[in-house]
Ligand binder design. Structure first.
Ligand code: UTP
Length: 407
């Protein structure tokens, strides 16, 4: 795209400010900026104010498979899951393409060190959890890692520097997710540098299509992988490739599953696995009416009592079918660094605009059935979202200590 075409397009879209510093840029920077402009999907910006919401929803609770029932069939589940893992049916996808703005750590979140007297990086913990299963099943498990354009090089070099924390590098595969522009509250696209449009990762919902675009679909087919356990980077206690979870999904005849934890209190701000028009659905805390919040099941327990933890098992054949479906778009308020009026870089601490994201949790609607599988939140739920307070470095450290880790 040349300057004239870019000017015309941006004028038409009300985004001419993106060329404000064009004349001050080097030739290479000018070319890079024009190239970025040519790739912008302006239709996203038209979606502001049209957030998809469940106005015609028909939500019903789904009973979670609770810990006491899991304990009764523990060996059956574990053996079924281990057998599938030994047969090479399971691969892992670590979602590490987020920006972790709430944590405010400058590197990729997985490189954060939760150790106090010794190194204990988030990536290291996740790999060590997986190595437990590798040993148990006596087989390597393909471990895919989603990054984004901005954190990819730091992530891959971190793994190399640390010798993949003992994992077999032949089984570690990286891929990048796509980026989309970030805008202010009036829909004006931000510049993050004078010659650079502010781009941010497009949410964690596009992980499967990004994996395929990166050429990894061949691997899934070649190695006969039937299930993918997809999980977030920030829960340092979660069990990954958990044979009991996989075995429960398989034995109980579900097509997919999600690890859930009992809510700490009925108003806790977590999504709950349920159904909507008979299809698996995650009802967000802000969609939960008072009546739903107070609803009880046949045992007298809260009907919407189990929050999702971003640890799912999905079948590959279904993922392939839905690859080209358009997922609901979430328009999320975030703090976005930008070039201010005087040309200086501003790093706001409060949200100053929107990012556009699709979410992995919306995938479950396409999965036919989804088993809510309860795990003990004291043992398996220590997300690091914030620097302090709830779901923070401090709370995760406390839980790690409670679980026998020496920090
Ligand atoms: P979060 O919703 O916590 O988002 O991601 P975030 O970007 O990491 O953090 P904040 O909101 O800016 O503080 C949940 C999981 O999804 C991944 C994250 O890396 C984390 O594992 N994720 C999120 C992606 O892989 N890509 C994205 O675009 C967004």
């Amino acid at each position: 795209m040349n300057y004239e075409n870019a000017y015309k397009l941006l004028e038409e879209k009300g985004q001419l400010h993106l060329l404000k510093y064009y004349d001050t840029l080097s030739e290479a920077e000018q070319a890079a900026l024009l190239n970025q402009i040519s790739e912008i999907d302006f239709s996203l910006i038209d979606m502001i104010g049209h957030n998809s919401s469940g106005s015609d929803s028909d939500i019903a609770p789904v009973a979670a498979l609770q810990m006491d029932s899991i304990a009764e069939k523990y060996d059956i589940y574990k053996n079924a899951g281990l057998e599938a893992i030994k047969a090479g049916d399971l691969a892992l996808v670590l979602l590490a393409g987020g920006q972790g703005t709430r944590l405010g750590f400058s590197g990729p979140k997985g490189t954060f060190n939760v150790g106090v007297t010794k190194d204990m990086f988030i990536f290291q913990l996740l790999i060590e959890h997986t190595l437990d299963i590798v040993k148990m099943a006596d087989t390597w498990i393909h471990f895919f890692i989603m990054t984004n354009e901005k954190n990819h090089d730091d992530t891959t070099s971190f793994f190399k520097e640390h010798d993949y924390f003992g994992y077999n590098p032949e089984y570690v595969h990286f891929f990048k997710q796509e980026m989309v522009p970030s805008v202010d509250f009036n829909g004006k696209i931000y510049l993050e540098e004078k010659g650079k449009v502010a781009m941010s990762p497009n949410g964690n919902g596009g992980w499967f299509s990004s994996l395929c675009k990166a050429g990894h679909l061949d691997k899934l087919t070649k190695y006969g992988i039937k299930y993918i356990n997809v999980f977030s980077v920030d829960n340092v206690l979660q069990r990954i490739a958990d044979p009991v979870f996989l075995g429960a999904v398989l034995t109980e005849g579900f097509l997919s599953g999600g690890k859930v934890v009992k809510k700490a209190y009925p108003d806790e701000k977590v999504g709950v696995l349920c159904t909507n028009h008979g299809k698996p659905y995650i009802v967000e805390y802000y969609e939960l009416t008072d009546a739903m919040r107070d609803e009880r099941d046949a045992n007298g327990d809260y009907a919407y009592n189990y929050g999702v933890t971003l640890n799912y098992i999905f079948p590959v054949d279904r993922l392939m079918k839905i690859m080209n479906e358009s997922m609901p778009l979430h328009i999320v308020k975030k703090a976005i660094p930008y070039v201010g009026e005087d040309g200086e870089i501003v790093k706001p601490s409060e949200p100053n605009g929107y990012k556009f994201e699709t979410l992995a949790l919306d995938m479950i609607a396409y999965m036919g059935t989804c088993l809510p599988f309860e795990v003990d939140r004291e043992k398996e739920f220590a997300p690091i979202k914030n620097a302090t307070g709830n779901d923070s470095i401090d709370s995760a450290r406390e839980l790690l200590k409670k679980n026998g880790y020496t920090l």
